[in-house]
Design a protein around this ligand. Structure first.
Ligand code: ADP
Ligand code: MG
Length: 246
């Protein structure tokens, strides 16, 4: 069988905020089309890890290798890196004075210099993909939280990233709106997108993840296939954490 391509490799990544050592020797490899779910208690460093991968935070030491290229703010243009690595946040941060379609075409047009007609064409396809073709011309204030998050996903996809990072994309949503966002993410996973997803949705992790990574106190404690990790975790810490999620 052919080896899958390595999309992200993290080696001995460390990050502190002042005296607080938040990421401790993180090693992680994500291959093409992998869906990795990152779980762990609040404060364990999950967001900081994603933010380092997208260069919203600057690591202290270690290396981040994206598609076989050691990537560093000193040597790489952060905007170029973010074209490869898209991110979706808990709070969608849409531009409120722009329509849904305008939100989606903004970055391709102004960062990537894609011609407007092409950006619109692609943007409409993406809105169709996330089930919002009928909302292209409305303003975000007219959308539900689930719809806003699906626009945020379309907006990230508009840059044609190779990797998508999701930081608790459903945590700010009313329970009845969680499913539609998870369904959109599941669809993306099926299409082969490489994804790292921080989530408390254990059902999603069980069903969609190729790997589940459990973090505690800035370290990766356990990595496993979802069935193994959820049914028979090997580490005490993982067992304790999983009890709290039921
Ligand atoms: P998680 O996403 O797992 O809840 P975070 O990565 O957000 O964890 O946070 C890990 C730790 O780092 C927490 O103790 C948090 O308070 C701290 N932290 C995160 N961001 C900052 C920051 N910008 N400045 C100072 N401390 C931070
Ligand atoms: Mg977080």
């Amino acid at each position: 069988m052919m080896e899958k391509r390595e999309m992200i490799r993290v080696d001995k990544l460390n990050k502190s905020f002042g005296d607080l050592h938040v990421l401790k020797d993180i090693d992680m490899t994500v291959q093409e089309s992998d869906v990795v779910c990152l779980i762990g208690a609040s404060g364990s460093g999950k967001s900081t890890l994603l933010r380092c991968l997208n260069f919203l935070e600057v690591k202290d030491s270690g290396s981040i290798i994206i598609e076989d290229e050691e990537t560093d703010l000193k040597t790489h243009d952060v905007n170029k890196v973010r074209q490869k690595v898209g991110m979706v946040f808990q709070h969608f941060n849409l531009f409120s004075h722009k329509t849904v379609l305008e939100n989606v075409i903004e970055a391709p047009m102004y960062v990537k210099k894609v011609p407007k007609a092409e950006a619109i064409e692609n943007g409409k396809q993406l809105l169709n993909k996330v089930g919002l073709s009928d909302k292209a011309d409305v303003y975000p204030s007219k959308l539900s939280g689930g719809q806003k998050q699906r626009v945020a996903i379309a907006r990230a996809l508009a840059m044609k990233p190779d990797i998508m990072l999701f930081d608790e994309p459903t945590s700010a949503l009313d329970p009845e709106l969680v499913g539609e966002v998870l369904a959109t993410m599941k669809e993306l996973a099926k299409e082969g997108m490489t994804m790292i997803v921080v989530t408390h949705e254990m059902g999603f992790a069980r069903e969609v993840a190729d790997w589940v990574v459990y973090m505690h106190d800035g370290r990766i404690v356990e990595v496993g296939h979802p069935t193994d990790l959820f049914e028979s975790p090997t580490e005490e810490r993982t067992k304790e954490f999983l009890k709290t999620t039921q």
